[in-house]
Design a protein around this ligand. Structure first.
Ligand SMILES: [Zn+2]
Ligand SMILES: [Zn+2]
Length: 311
């Protein structure tokens, strides 16, 4: 075993992060440096429909001895009202056909962002597509839009009226941008099956991201799980589930982790985990969950690699 193996194949990891190539605040280099500082053995770069940050992360990771797992996160719609994010790990991201597919999704996403911004303007919020586009290196997604509205002084009064105080990005997204919310726009996009098939076509392992947000709903104080919906994603070929993901509180997170661990076992799915780190707002937790009780041990990555090798 080399020193590199000894150093990297231990400690905690984070299999869900974003860089400036989607809606993260850090460059791949900054992200890997932060992982090193946090003592993480491995991280995965999983930008939305974009793999442009992976090469830089691999270069820096090699130097700093942080293992980098190439990945992608694809937004899918099983039905127009539902949204599931599918993570693809160990994808052959240099494949030309794969890149073409991602590009197609990015174009559709941009059209959708324009419509969402128009809806927000109609609702009285100040936000401009051109301004936002010039600030973003990758795809414009919900956290960008939320961040832009919240940080525009001209929206301050309206936000205070609406929320009682200035909301964080997560709160704004949940009130305005999720399916069924007033500024939400449907878009033509992949079904979970299409995304899973695409990931498999380039040798990847397909994992259902943060089911604690999409399969679990908060009704009053209760978390309600839609196991039937979960089974639909299992039926179309998902390989794993991001069990180690977070909800707003420790208590709800624990309930979700328990629930989805049980389902993963029952459906024979690999278990993964990550903070969904973005680097600003509250769309995710801090890198490696250093700010939260939940941790993702390196053994999770061993299981993922084993599945990849068995495929
Ligand atoms: Zn996601
Ligand atoms: Zn994400």
């Amino acid at each position: 075993m080399t020193t590199f193996d000894k150093l990297s194949k231990s400690g905690n990891i984070d299999l869900h992060t974003h860089t400036i190539y989607s809606d993260g605040a850090l460059t791949p280099k900054e992200l890997v440096e932060k992982a090193k500082e946090a003592g993480l053995g491995a991280i995965s770069i999983s930008d939305h429909e974009n793999t442009n940050g992976i090469d830089e992360a691999l270069r820096v990771g090699k130097k700093l001895k942080v293992e980098i797992i190439p990945a992608v996160e694809i937004t899918t719609y099983p039905t127009p009202e539902k949204e599931h994010h599918i993570l693809g790990y160990f994808v052959d991201y240099k494949d030309k056909k794969f890149q073409k597919e991602l590009e197609k999704i990015r174009e559709i996403r941009e059209e959708k962002s324009k419509k969402v911004i128009k809806n927000l303007n109609d609702l009285g919020f100040q936000i401009n597509f051109g301004d936002l586009k010039s600030m973003v290196s990758g795809t414009i997604v919900a956290p960008h839009i939320a961040w832009s509205v919240i940080n525009d002084m001209e929206n301050k009064e309206k936000l205070k009226e609406d929320f009682g105080e200035i909301p964080n990005t997560g709160e704004f997204i949940r009130k305005y941008l999720i399916p069924g919310a007033p500024a939400y726009e449907k878009r033509k996009a992949m079904t979970p099956k299409e995304a899973i098939d695409l990931i498999h076509s380039v040798g990847g392992v397909a994992v259902l991201a943060h089911p604690c947000w999409t399969i679990a709903k908060k009704e009053g104080n209760e978390l309600v799980f839609d196991d039937k919906e979960f089974e639909e994603v299992v039926k179309v070929g998902i390989d794993g589930v991001e069990v180690l993901a977070h909800r707003e509180t420790q208590e709800d997170t624990k309930k979700c982790v328990d629930h989805f661990s049980t389902l993963a076992k029952k459906c024979k799915l690999v278990v993964t985990g990550g903070s969904d780190f973005h680097g600003f707002g509250s769309a995710g937790k801090d890198l490696g969950y250093t700010d939260f009780y939940l941790k993702v041990p390196y053994s999770i990555l061993d299981d993922l690699k084993k599945l990849k090798n068995d495929q």
